[in-house]
Design a protein around this ligand. Structure first.
Ligand SMILES: C[S@@+](CC[C@H](N)C(=O)[O-])C[C@H]1O[C@@H](n2cnc3c(N)ncnc32)[C@H](O)[C@@H]1O
Length: 152
């Protein structure tokens, strides 16, 4: 099982999105050892909040060989393209850590420091929906790499 970390600012509310997240986390157990870490939102005005979150995100993300920020501004990628990207990193044995930001996104300085940005599309989604979409795409990527019928 390949270890993959997902670091998210804020806790998702209960309800259908939480259930859907659990659904994909269960499916992913066939392919990956997924570790989801939730960090509290920063305090203060938005700029202060983002700096506070960035400090804690750096401590978590920079331990990985390949840290990735989920951001609508990232380069567009197809599911097949993401699967190839994932497969290459796994072949190299790179540790992977993905981060989902808070309601204000990420501190601009952190965005400059982390080179890999992954977009789920050019529109902006709430963070708990982004978690579900990312986990589905991660599961789809593994399905593509393994050639299972999930991805048609
Ligand atoms: C409500 S959004 C933040 C919106 C904020 N204005 C921004 O500029 O990022 C919360 C988080 O969800 C994730 N997110 C939202 N839409 C996304 C997308 N299309 N692709 C990748 N991640 C996305 C990002 O990690 C973002 O920081």
């Amino acid at each position: 099982m390949y270890p993959i970390r997902l670091i998210a600012i804020g806790k998702p509310k209960g309800g259908p999105l939480r259930e859907l997240e659990q659904h994909y986390r269960t499916l992913l157990k066939a392919y990956a050892r997924l570790d989801v870490e939730e960090l509290a939102e920063g305090r203060g005005d938005p700029a202060r909040q983002l700096k506070d979150e960035a400090e804690r995100l750096r401590a978590q993300l920079l331990t990985a060989r390949c840290p990735v920020l989920l951001s609508a501004e990232g380069p567009p990628r197809t599911s097949e393209g993401f699967a190839r990207w994932l497969g290459t990193r796994m072949d190299r044995g790179e540790s992977l850590a993905f981060a989902i930001g808070s309601s204000h996104g990420f501190d601009p300085a952190l965005k400059g420091e982390i080179k890999e940005h992954l977009s789920l599309g050019p529109m902006t989604f709430p963070h708990d929906l982004s978690r579900v979409l990312f986990l589905e795409q991660l599961y789809r990527a593994f399905s593509i790499l393994k050639g299972t019928p999930y991805h048609k």
